[in-house]
Write a protein that binds this ligand. Structure first.
Ligand SMILES: Nc1ncnc2c1ncn2[C@@H]1O[C@H](COP(=O)(O)OP(=O)(O)O[C@H]2O[C@H](CO)[C@@H](O)[C@H](O)[C@H]2O)[C@@H](O)[C@H]1O
Length: 484
């Protein structure tokens, strides 16, 4: 029986639109909370891909002008779950990505595009947009950050749903100049330090974190870290002041989507009992990346190519990795300078380093199923999903000891190996010595076949499902509803 309704407002949702981990989480949450009596509806921008995927839709609300442009709210279903879409062609009907054009330049009107999503989300959650009001509005990242503000500064006579602001990545804050404020159609009182104002302009993530009834981030470790300036990125003061509202709930993974026994993207499906079958995937990865086949350790990286992800440090250690007999198959897209550095490394090491620039979901699955270890040298990582997929696929995660990476991987130190608890390798700090040493350790462990198998099996036995976190989100929603 469902007795609590949640509107989840986000700019991405797997499999409709994805640029990163946010989409995976928004896509998986409804099923994760459903067993706990929570009915979750997602609300997304009407990008062309979303409009196409939804098929039959019904108009539930029309705006003559939503922040200055005609718009409709449409109701549809996907994977047998309800979805609401903001159809505002002037904002979303464009070729290119959700945030940037085909050349990678941010859309000039991103502030307005996502403020409109947030405003319409608040209208829906309050029951003003042709569908029944929701108990809770759950806003994800800066793109939905103004939704709690539109609730707080809305019509005071209406019953207001509770709100949750989830921070998937503090580095993206949605900051716009003061001249942007009048376009938001918020009352003047909202432009204050207690409201949406941030350093003289509008901070969309800041607004959500300031005004939501609860703040969550995607691991307990990151929830702790963002109180410090190094990780708080300017918002540490606000976070300290709202400590009692903050919690960390670690991401799970969709174990239907990411199941090595049934994964159609693998050349050879396998289980913890048939790890030998991974060899078929390794051969397929070698073929796809132009690597010379051998039995030595094959590393992978599947990542946005950015400073956050430590990709500059990765480039520095590639010679070391190859020098120890390792090979690397990398899939990613991002900063041009990092792409150039990777291409140079691949040219130096033909047959040992293969690079694929681009976004390819199927190849990501094959890499997890065929590589021996996945490198995640992030400088900060709110949760991280690729190390969780690695655990599930016997692709041993080698991770920086930060945020969710530290929370989800058990380092293969002597005690953990003896207790059969080790699931990967942790290292710190994120610099040449730290990562090079971690690679040396990994290659040494790989050479000890029984221990390596044990690490793979312990990783695969880890509970990375949504079971616990789904219950945690449900408990959070319930607590907020009771306080209403
Ligand atoms: N080139 C490529 N081709 C195919 N797939 C690719 C790819 N590059 C990346 N991916 C996929 O994109 C996702 C990346 O998710 P992460 O959680 O690792 O990082 P991201 O920084 O995007 O997410 C942010 O939000 C998530 C969700 O909360 C947090 O886990 C994380 O710490 C935070 O930084 C994974 O599903 C990965 O397989």
């Amino acid at each position: 029986m469902t007795d609590l309704t949640v509107l989840s407002v986000a700019s991405e949702c797997w499999p409709l639109v994805k640029t990163g981990g946010l989409a995976d989480v928004v896509g998986a949450l409804p099923a994760a909370v459903a067993p706990h009596g929570i009915a979750m509806t997602r609300f997304l921008p009407g990008y062309p891909a979303v409009m196409r995927a939804l098929g039959r839709k019904r108009t539930v609300h029309k705006y003559a002008a939503l922040l200055g442009t005609p718009a409709r709210i449409l109701a549809g279903r996907h994977d047998d779950r309800p979805i609401l879409v903001l159809d505002a062609p002037a904002f979303y009907d464009r070729d290119g990505g959700p945030y940037a054009d085909a050349m990678g330049r941010d859309w000039f009107d991103n502030g307005l595009r996502f403020a409109a999503l947030a405003k319409a989300g608040a209208d829906i959650a309050t029951g003003r947009a042709g569908v029944k009001a929701f108990d809770v509005l759950h806003a994800h990242d800066w793109q939905a950050g103004l939704a709690p503000a539109y609730l707080v500064y809305g019509d005071a006579s209406e019953r207001r749903p509770a709100s949750v602001m989830t921070v998937h990545n503090m580095a993206f804050q949605g900051y716009f100049g003061a001249d942007f404020f009048p376009r938001l159609e918020l009352p003047r009182t909202a432009f204050s330090i207690e409201g949406v104002e941030y350093h003289g302009g509008v901070g969309m993530l800041k607004a959500g974190m300031m005004l939501a009834d609860a703040i969550t981030t995607v691991s307990p470790g990151y929830a702790d870290e963002i109180r410090k300036p190094q990780f708080g990125m300017g918002l540490e003061g606000l976070i300290e002041g709202r400590q009692d509202r903050l919690s960390g709930i670690v991401n799970g993974i969709d174990t239907q989507q990411w199941n090595p026994a049934t994964d159609a993207a693998l050349a050879a499906p396998f289980t913890a009992k048939t790890l030998g079958a991974r060899m078929g995937n390794k051969r397929a990865v070698e073929a796809a990346f132009g690597l010379t086949p051998d039995h030595g350790p094959l590393f992978t990286v599947i990542s946005r190519l950015t400073w956050q992800k430590g990709m500059d440090v990765l480039i520095e250690v590639i010679d070391h990795l190859v020098g120890l007999g390792g090979r690397l198959a990398l899939l990613g897209t991002g900063d041009a300078a990092i792409e150039a550095g990777l291409h140079a490394a691949a040219a130096r090491h033909p047959g040992r380093v293969g690079i694929r620039i681009g976004y390819d979901e199927e190849l990501a699955h094959l890499l997890q199923g065929g590589a021996d270890a996945i490198l995640v040298p992030s400088r900060f990582e709110p949760c991280g999903l690729t190390q969780l997929y690695g655990l599930a696929y016997g692709c041993v995660p080698v991770v920086a000891r930060t945020g969710g990476l530290g929370d989800t991987v058990v380092d293969a130190n002597v005690a953990a190996i003896a207790a059969r608890a080790a699931t990967g390798i942790q290292f710190s700090p994120v610099n040449y010595e730290g990562l090079a040493d971690a690679i040396t350790r990994t290659i040494r462990l790989y050479g000890d076949a029984p221990t390596w198998r044990q690490i793979q099996r312990s990783g695969m036995a880890t509970d990375f499902s949504w079971a616990k976190s789904g219950a945690d989100y449900a408990a959070l929603y319930r607590g907020l509803k009771e306080q209403q």
